[in-house]
Design a protein around this ligand. Structure first.
Ligand SMILES: [Zn+2]
Length: 407
């Protein structure tokens, strides 16, 4: 057993939340002064535990167990969205700190050990999952050179300004045998099922489309309804078809969103000549995404063939689902049940660093409840009891993983 100290865990989480504190949340954008101060604080905590700690050139904070040759890597991120929550990312990092600290104090030092990491810019202030992608050698220098924040600030300039010197920490699959990330759920499913532990089966795939409509602008007072080439009416008809038929077409986990609708020229007295829909679909299974895509394409063809408006679909984003490793999920489930906790197996509808790591090494994610499902806002919270219970479960699961790490 790794017997964690719940009070110490909460104290560290609250200490970290002081950096960039904004009401009940934090405003700790990647590479901002509070983010870097938090990362320096974290480096010192990792070192206190006895790990070789440092911050690399992109701002990843790493703690290396120098006694071990094969490790469980525990991590998440400590940057936040603007006016974000105090636990998003921080939870998984501080769970790692508490578990490594306890394990080392209990004499777990040996060939199998624990490495810790806080990835930079998971939230995408400059480049989503910059830290985990850099760690996995999955980001090109040209992409870093081109990345800019919404306000136009260049990532390369932000990095140059802080002048971090250590070369990038890199994933070493011979050493980092598995990756484990705990996170708040950021949704309501655990809370509404009165279950405290979520075991993530996979992170959803995401497909995005730009659907364009081209008709003809005409006087909205004088052109008879029957002869109009109304891009707006056609757009609304397709949007309605998507919203009424998608649920039956997808899986229980499918979510979709029409995030933007534009009509041009956009005045009440002109029949719209052009329209555009931005559609996003998420599901943990590629087959489901494929099925939905082919059906949406069929609806588009139908609607284009049956009316005077041309409709075109352009896929803009294709992020494949990342499956978590079932054996690692089973270890978390067993640890939870041992402690009298119920478990919900669930996909993650949000992206996480585990989405990147899971493509390279066996990976697992565990969720704990978010009060009211709130997140990416300062109102995000989780009860102290749930925070401590989650860490106890993860500690037990990690202990089991340490016993069984492949030689
Ligand atoms: Zn997060």
């Amino acid at each position: 057993m790794i017997e964690i100290d719940g009070e110490r865990l909460l104290k560290d989480l609250r200490a970290l939340a002081e950096f960039g504190k904004a009401g009940t949340g934090v405003d700790r954008l990647a590479l901002s002064a509070p983010d870097l101060a938090a990362r320096r604080w974290l480096t010192a905590r990792f070192a206190e535990v006895g790990l070789a700690a440092g911050m690399d050139r992109v701002g990843n904070v790493f703690g290396r167990d120098v006694d071990a040759s094969r490790t469980v890597l525990i991590g998440s991120h400590t940057d936040s969205v603007p006016m974000g929550g105090w636990l998003d990312g921080a939870l998984g990092v501080i769970y790692g700190l508490e578990i490594a600290r306890t394990a080392r104090a209990r004499g777990y030092a040996g060939a199998s050990g624990i490495d810790l990491i806080s990835f930079q810019d998971e939230e995408g202030t400059y480049l989503p999952c910059l830290g985990s992608r850099s760690f996995c050698g999955d980001v090109a220098d040209s992409e870093i050179a081109a990345a800019r924040a919404k306000n136009g600030d260049a990532l390369s300039e932000a990095l140059a300004a802080v002048a971090l010197e250590l070369p990038p920490f890199r994933l070493d699959p011979a050493r980092h045998r598995v990756y484990v990330e705990a996170h708040i759920e950021q949704g309501p499913r655990l809370e509404s099922s009165a279950i405290r532990i979520g075991v993530v089966t996979g992170l959803v795939g995401i497909r995005r489309y730009r659907i364009s409509f081209r008709g003809q602008a005409d006087h909205a007072g004088t052109t008879p309804m029957a002869t109009r080439k109304d891009a707006g009416a056609t757009l609304i008809s397709l949007a309605h078809r998507i919203n009424t038929n998608m649920a039956a077409l997808g899986s229980a986990d499918t979510v979709w969103n029409i995030g933007q609708i534009v009509l041009r020229p956009g005045t009440p007295n002109v029949v719209p000549s052009e329209g555009e829909i931005l559609l996003e679909i998420r599901d943990p299974q590629t087959e489901v995404l494929e099925r939905i895509e082919s059906e949406v394409l069929r609806w588009v063809t139908d609607i284009a063939n049956s009316g005077p408006v041309a409709v075109a679909v352009q896929p803009t984003t294709r992020i494949p689902p990342t499956l978590m490793t079932p054996e690692l999920g089973d270890a978390i489930t067993a640890a939870a049940r041992n402690q009298g906790e119920k478990v919900l197996a669930m996909p993650s509808g949000a992206g996480h660093d585990a989405m990147v790591l899971g493509r390279f090494i066996p990976s697992a994610m565990m969720f704990i409840p978010s009060i009211g499902g709130r997140s990416h806002d300062v109102t995000e919270n989780t009860s102290d009891d749930d925070i401590v219970a989650g860490c106890r479960v993860l500690a037990a699961a990690i202990a089991q993983m340490l016993e069984t790490l492949p030689q």
